[in-house]
Design a protein around this ligand. Structure first.
Ligand code: NDP
Ligand code: MG
Length: 381
């Protein structure tokens, strides 16, 4: 029985993780969970899974649940989130919170030698060097939940990492893949939230529309698989059937395919190195799909992809700025404070203004994250 602490239980990944846990009650047990403020889903998860510890970010939700469930320990705020990440009973921590708020709990969980099932890609973008170094020092596995990285991870099983030549990360193209750049000036939040292949949280859906999601994933792949950016390629593939590919020295390319369903990579991270059945997922029938399409990624159409490659290559604090500026800009777009194309402009301004600091420690990363958010806010408020 693997004991799990789930950070971000009320989110899109969190709910699907609970689904996977529910399908295998003899394999997995939820011992702790965290969420932000979604009282309804939080309450439901507590009733269904009876974790011994629940961390809540919102004070009102925390106070209310504490009254309702007197036999469960509740913790609150940023410190509460860390308590859930380090709880001694858990051997795996699924990090499914959104944003760089996931960094500290990841580092603390690593220090407590928990296996990390990482959905929270912002953690690796903002401080990839710290997280991977920490994992190495403490001898902890970082298991990818993101579908592309899970695909690559699956392709690499049994292979010598030294024979890896190139990673091909596939991209659906997001909500606006069939529109020209000129047609993006007046798009609404609702249009941007309408992803063709995946149902996900709001922030990542916008990131998919700007293609920043793929940019963040390129940086994530760089850290997880230790390859230079020149060897990580993005390929547009609108069906989201091939989840990504690995090319080896001998020019063999191995791909992982499947119906688009996040429960597959989530379950693989939880059951690794085993595979478990997942009968509720649609079987892939390629005759039903008929054709698979591929296109080269256009860096002028998707400026965020260029920003991500550039920031990743510069390294140091540049990816921290990229991530923080993006989180602020996407937040402002979702609140209707800026237009869609302004997301790129704000990120561009933040990157241009920043003087990079190499090999930043945690303190510097947190400072740069804060300053970047403040700077971006001055640009639109
Ligand atoms: P959601 O927005 O759906 O969920 C985010 C979760 O984090 C919620 O439980 C939310 O709580 C909680 N949360 C938000 N802010 C805080 C905070 N300050 N403190 C504590 N908890 C907080 O996001 P997704 O599930 O879509 O994404 C989660 C992560 O996984 C992201 O990094 C994303 O990029 C990545 N990912 C997601 C995929 C997907 O299919 N959704 C695919 C691949 C990667 P509440 O809602 O209760 O406030
Ligand atoms: Mg992905």
């Amino acid at each position: 029985m693997k004991k799990i602490s789930l950070l971000g239980a009320t989110g899109s990944i969190g709910q699907q993780t609970l689904d996977v846990i529910k399908c295998h009650p003899d394999q997995f047990q939820l011992v702790a969970m965290s969420f932000g403020s979604n009282l309804e889903l939080g309450r439901k998860a507590i009733s269904n899974f009876s974790p011994s510890l629940v961390a809540v970010n919102d004070f009102n939700a925390y106070s209310q649940l504490k009254e309702e469930f007197q036999n469960i320990t509740f913790t609150y705020g940023a410190e509460g989130l860390i308590e859930a990440a380090v709880i001694s009973e858990a051997e795996i921590v699924v990090n499914a919170v959104v944003g760089s708020v996931g960094l500290l709990p990841t580092l603390k969980a690593i220090e407590c030698k928990k296996t990390i099932a990482l959905a929270n890609k912002e953690t690796l973008v903002t401080a990839g060097h710290l997280v991977t170094e920490h994992a190495r020092i403490y001898g902890v596995d970082l298991l990818p939940v993101d579908s592309e990285h899970s695909a690559i991870f699956q392709c690499l099983q049994g292979e010598n990492p030294k024979s890896l030549e190139r990673l091909i990360v596939t991209a659906s193209g997001g909500s606006f893949r069939d529109r020209k750049r000129e047609e993006l000036a007046d798009v609404t939040v609702d249009e941007a939230l309408n992803h063709p292949n995946w149902s996900m949280g709001a922030k990542i859906t916008i990131d998919s529309a700007t293609m920043m999601n793929k940019g963040l994933e390129v940086i994530e792949a760089h850290w997880l698989f230790d390859l230079p950016y020149e060897k990580i390629e993005v390929l547009l593939h609108k069906e989201s059937i091939i989840h990504s590919m690995a090319e080896f020295h001998d020019r063999s390319v191995i791909a992982q395919l499947g119906s688009p369903d996040m429960r597959v990579p989530i379950q693989y991270a939880l059951s690794y190195p085993e595979r478990l059945p997942l009968s509720s997922t649609k079987q892939l029938n390629l005759w039903e799909v008929g054709k698979l399409h591929f296109e080269k990624a256009d860096f002028e159409r998707y400026r965020c992809l260029q920003f991500a490659y550039d920031s990743g290559k510069i390294g140091g604090t540049m990816p921290t700025v990229l991530n923080a500026a993006n989180e602020e800009a996407v937040g402002a777009f979702l609140k209707g404070q800026i237009a869609f194309l302004q997301i790129e402009d704000l990120i561009d301004k933040a990157l241009t203004k920043h003087s990079v600091i190499s090999s930043p420690d945690l303190h510097i990363i947190q400072e740069v994250d804060k300053e970047t958010r403040q700077f971006v806010q001055t640009l639109y408020s």
